[in-house]
Design a protein around this ligand. Sequence first.
Ligand SMILES: *Cc1c(COP(=O)(O)O)cnc(C)c1O
Length: 228
Amino acid sequence: MTPASAEQRLAQVYDDIARSARLARRSPDEITLIAVSKTQESDAIRPLLEAGHRDFGENRVQEAATKWSALKADYPDVRLHLVGQLQSNKAGEAVALFDAIHSVDRPSLVDAIAQAIEQSGRAPACFIQVNLADEEQKGGCPVAALPALLDHARDAGLRIAGLMCLPPADLEPAPWFALLAELAGRHDVTGLSMGMSGDYETAVTIGATHVRIGTALFGERGSGDVRT
Ligand SMILES: *Cc1c(COP(=O)(O)O)cnc(C)c1O
């Protein structure tokens, strides 16, 4: 049964994360819960802020800028995560607004982010998104291009926080999470942004450090939601 209030849902997800972490002999403190508030109105977000939650994810720069200008005035210590594809011409805005960018996936975007960091003095944590199954409609760099992209991002001075993936829909997610973890280990990257409402417990047992959860906290989104 889905708990009624936003606070109860939040507590439930934290409980699930803690239980999965303990099963995998990990500390729950290693895992950051990102509440993905894309398409949600401020009224739906405020109860989570009031409950003390501070990490939120958005997938569109413009929507996030509009919505969060007022919310950030009330909660200046909030941390915003960009979890959607980013166009290079929006890199400046993204660097100004977000504390972490989970969708760095090509050299031209690395360059645009590096330039924005230089101009603004703000340096968001960056996750390299990997397109593990070479799905055409999805963002993320191909597995074969990851080593060169990581080198490029490191040379450009980006703060590499980890790798991110969105496993193929309708397939068992665990092998994809394990593959991302293996790639991270191979390339000396510590963070793993993986796991959404349907599979975050699995992701936590396989090493996720950041889970991105929308539906389990806010309920189903309306149509018009685009998967990245
Ligand atoms: C929407 C979205 C999520 C959250 O998905 P839910 O299934 O609602 O938990 C996570 N990651 C990304 C990249 C998303 O776009």
